[in-house]
Write a protein that binds this ligand. Structure first.
Ligand SMILES: [Fe+2]
Length: 590
């Protein structure tokens, strides 16, 4: 660090920027007071009376009595769920006042390894957003602890150890409970190294008993975002773990979890916010951390505590509070102008001392890089899909069979069994009337052609099919449909586009959004692609009849995603996560 901050304070040089006429939201003292902020070289040098730091070249911004708050910080999210390149992801976040994100690029790493992680790490660091890089443990781990194979070309244990030393790395991202409890040598070594470097381990403690939580916390895990209610949140707080309340279209937990503060007396200093599974349409139309602050205030949490949960607490958790998270000398100039603290209407966003949004108008010119060839053309089915590939054959001579179906209304999908008739050709078809649809998964790496085929209940498609190449952790081509022909067309269309969300009805492609980067991300401009995503979601609801919100994201999580229970799809067929066991689609009698 140079001495330019001290020079400016000593009057040798002037501030680069001052914000005047604001109401400073002080997350340290928990008060609001009138004042301004002076900035030099992208950092705050004084908060309060800043008139003496103004020189001839100083940019002066009048806050016109608005609140000045720290920029907001995302404590745990995987950008690839928002299906955008990292320049557009930064644009979506910054427009909402999020100026720093904890991120590992694990989804990208699963497809193209360390090189892909590094590419997106660099892309995001070129934007005005601050990357709190965390090591993508899940890119390595995937479903290994369940006995399932990892994707080819993903990151190795040695890659993870190397990434700990990348500039700006603050810790590890969510090593789950099982590999810790079962002493996976890579995970044990990685956690030990991170802790010895003074870095933090964000946990993934879904559904743990109190005894299991003890073991997890004893191993050095100091945070979690998987608690579903206030009681689970308190169990974590009692063990010195910080709680990140999660709010996302596929897991709306915040209102239940934040009752730990309003009803159970937990200290707000132990809480922060996350989306975990971000969604671009929600970011663009509803909000991000700004929305979580509104939800907190609506739930009875003091606005000053809510702002701290969205900024300072997360900075403290990741041990970067000397750098971001509050308005104080030495901190990066990540400053929001907000009209009303309870409505939390972000009007102006300053990130690293640059005005990115001014009175709601985007000022920064975001420049997307040229995306290299190794990030494209990564979806390659072994051959084109034919409708016959989707046949579920009944054992010889049977007129009726019992099938297993994934109950997919919630993330914790259960096993259902249905008696189904065998057709004249000896196969079992989808039953739209009972909402027993077919689901299929194809290997996107072109190693084998035969899909895994099973049944699913909960989406209530009445016509057609949907397909996608986005489904953590496989990110295989998956389709869900009412008939084999539409499913085959949907899968082939995903393949032809190099990755996509696709909806098909009666042999016609109704709509699609291409995801050419790794089959996960759009390479386009979010201003143009977000409305197309919205339109596609609406078509799936209105023309295919889907009763489930966020159809592609909910569908994605019917694939095996680590320890999320119970019945899911893997690349070989149905898999019972709780029992770590493959199951057949047709229940074998006797
Ligand atoms: Fe996560």
């Amino acid at each position: 660090m140079g001495t330019e901050l001290l020079d400016a304070l000593a009057g040798v040089t002037a501030a680069d920027m001052v914000v005047t006429g604001g109401r400073i939201v002080d997350v340290h003292k928990k008060e609001v007071r009138d004042g301004g902020i002076a900035v030099k070289a992208g950092r705050i040098i004084r908060v309060g009376d800043v008139a003496s730091l103004v020189g001839p070249g100083t940019e002066v911004l009048d806050a016109r009595g608005r609140y000045l708050t720290p920029g907001l910080i995302e404590s745990h999210a995987h950008s690839y769920h928002a299906n955008f390149n990292l320049t557009e992801y930064a644009k979506l976040c910054l427009s909402r006042g999020t100026t720093a994100v904890a991120e590992s690029f694990y989804g990208q790493g699963q497809i193209r390894g360390k090189e892909a992680v590094r590419f997106f790490y660099e892309e995001l660091r070129r934007t005005p957003i601050t990357l709190l890089f965390v090591v993508p443990v899940l890119a390595y781990l995937q479903n290994l602890e369940l006995g399932l194979d990892a994707t080819p070309g993903t990151v190795t244990g040695d890659d993870l150890l190397e990434m700990l030393d990348w500039e700006g790395c603050v810790g590890l991202e969510e090593p789950p409970y099982i590999p810790v409890a079962e002493r996976d040598p890579v995970i044990v070594r990685l956690i030990g190294r991170a802790l010895s470097q003074g870095k933090v381990v964000m946990g993934h403690a879904a559904g743990l008993t109190e005894e299991e939580l003890d073991a997890y916390a004893a191993f050095g895990i100091t945070g979690d975002h998987e608690q579903l209610n206030a009681e689970e949140a308190v169990q974590r707080v009692e063990r010195g773990m910080m709680v990140s309340t999660r709010e996302t279209p596929i897991a709306r937990n915040q209102r239940d979890v934040q009752r730990a503060l309003t009803e159970l007396g937990a200290d707000p200093a132990m809480f922060m916010f996350c989306s975990d599974v971000p969604d671009a349409v929600t970011y663009a139309t509803v909000g991000h951390i700004d929305e979580y602050i509104r939800i907190a205030v609506e739930g009875g949490i003091d606005p000053l505590d809510a702002v701290a949960m969205g900024s300072y607490n997360t900075a403290r958790y990741y041990r970067v509070d000397h750098m971001v998270g509050s308005l104080a000398p030495g901190r990066q100039a990540d400053i929001l102008m907000v009209g009303d603290l309870e409505r939390f209407d972000v009007q102006t966003v300053i990130a690293k001392g640059t005005v990115v949004v001014s009175d709601g108008e985007r000022k920064h010119r975001f420049q997307r890089p040229v995306y290299p060839a190794f990030l494209q053309g990564t979806v390659g089915l072994k051959r084109a899909v034919a409708p016959e590939d989707l046949a579920v054959k009944a054992p010889e001579g049977r007129t009726e069979v019992t099938v297993r179906a994934i109950g997919a209304e919630s993330l914790l999908s259960d096993e259902r069994r249905f008696a189904m008739p065998v057709e004249a050709d000896g196969t079992v078809a989808a039953d739209v009337g009972r909402d027993i649809l077919k689901v299929a998964m194809w290997d996107r790496y072109g190693r084998w052609a035969e899909p895994a085929v099973a049944f699913m209940q909960g989406f209530q498609l009445k016509r057609g099919a949907i397909a996608t190449s986005y489904n953590p952790f496989y990110n295989n081509v998956m389709a869900l449909g009412t008939n084999d022909a539409d499913m085959a067309l949907a899968a082939n269309t995903v393949n032809e586009l190099g990755g996509a969300f696709v909806a098909v009805v009666d042999g016609e492609v109704l709509g699609s959004v291409a995801l050419p980067l790794l089959g996960l991300l759009s390479d386009g401009d979010s201003d143009e692609v977000v409305p197309r995503l919205q339109r596609l979601y609406t078509q799936v609801a209105e023309e295919l009849g889907a009763a489930i919100e966020w159809p592609f994201h909910n569908f994605a999580f019917t694939a095996v995603v680590g320890e999320l229970p119970i019945l899911k799809m893997c690349d070989r067929g149905l898999f019972d996560v709780a029992k770590r066991e493959h199951l057949s689609t047709i229940v074998e009698e006797g």
